[in-house]
Design a binder for this molecule. Structure first.
Ligand code: HEM
Length: 246
């Protein structure tokens, strides 16, 4: 057993002279989990921008996610379960991707030098992925933890109170920029890798998508901040349908 491991370590092939399939499988798992997360975030940011259509619109959507069309009044536990599933995929994706991080100062320096000399686009993109991925490690985990443990505190007032009074907006701002860049660059690399579209077309589509999501994300965040600011003296008060017109 140990002997086999040593052989594989030295020759990069196992005792039957076969290359391990594990790296290819890890690569596939990384792409698959990344694709699921990119799809998730593209819907998430659209749903979450429902606040731009008004408080009632966001309230209805939140209740729909709590399955209020089946369960009277909705069940926030549904959100906890959803957040837990996303959390598992998120952590798995990050764990598999960790192997691409530079492991020492020497590795990092060697990479930096390559980047400067070559100024090759793909190398620069890899740098964006590493930096934004690292930021999301923390910011995404904090956000998902809150969603898992306080699913009843989602809504036009509860979310805005969190964003403004609980001072989550700086974290959301950094998370928003990181996740959009990370998902955009990740999808671009997948499209190229699997040959779905040529470089020129995919670059154009991804650039448009990044700008679109940054605009709706930033406007949504501003809207949550504005509502949170106006609601600061009533922190904790729940939203009811129709309050907006009053
Ligand atoms: C099922 C899991 C998730 C749920 C239920 C959820 C829910 C929410 C909600 C309700 C908000 C509005 C603000 C608030 O209430 O605090 C929000 C904002 C946000 N979420 Fe999530 N989220 C989930 C997963 C994620 C993940 C995995 C990411 C990225 C890694 C993410 C990124 C963001 C960002 C960037 C914002 C701020 C958006 C903006 O500024 O427009 N979320 N999320």
């Amino acid at each position: 057993m140990d002997r086999d491991n040593v052989i594989e370590l030295l020759t990069k092939k196992d005792s039957d002279k076969k290359k391990s399939r594990i790296p290819a499988r890890l690569d596939f798992l990384q792409s698959a989990t990344g694709l699921i997360l990119a799809l998730f975030i593209s819907f998430h940011l659209i749903f979450e921008s429902s606040i731009l259509l008004g408080k009632d619109a966001m309230y209805h959507l939140t209740k729909a996610f709590e399955l209020d069309f089946i369960i009277e009044g909705g069940e926030p536990l549904v959100i906890s379960v959803l957040a837990f599933i996303v959390f598992i995929i998120f952590i798995s994706h990050a764990f598999i991707a960790m192997r691409k991080f530079p492991a020492s100062y020497r590795e990092f320096k060697s990479y930096q030098t390559h980047r400067k000399i070559l100024n090759h686009e793909d190398t620069n993109l890899w740098f964006i992925q590493i930096t934004t991925g690292f930021m999301m490690f923390f910011l995404g985990s904090i956000h998902l933890y809150i969603m898992m443990t306080q699913p009843e505190h989602i809504g036009p007032f509860a979310s805005s109170d969190r964003v403004y009074s609980d001072v989550m907006w700086p974290a959301y701002l950094m998370l928003l920029i990181s996740v959009i860049l990370h998902a955009g660059v990740g999808l671009y690399r997948l499209i190229i890798k699997w040959g779905w579209l040529d470089r020129f077309k995919s670059k154009k589509i991804i650039k448009v998508a990044i700008i679109f999501y940054l605009i709706i994300g930033l406007f949504s965040l501003m809207s949550y901040i504005k509502i949170g600011y106006e609601h600061r003296d009533n922190y904790g008060q729940k939203y009811h349908l129709g309050m907006e017109q009053k």
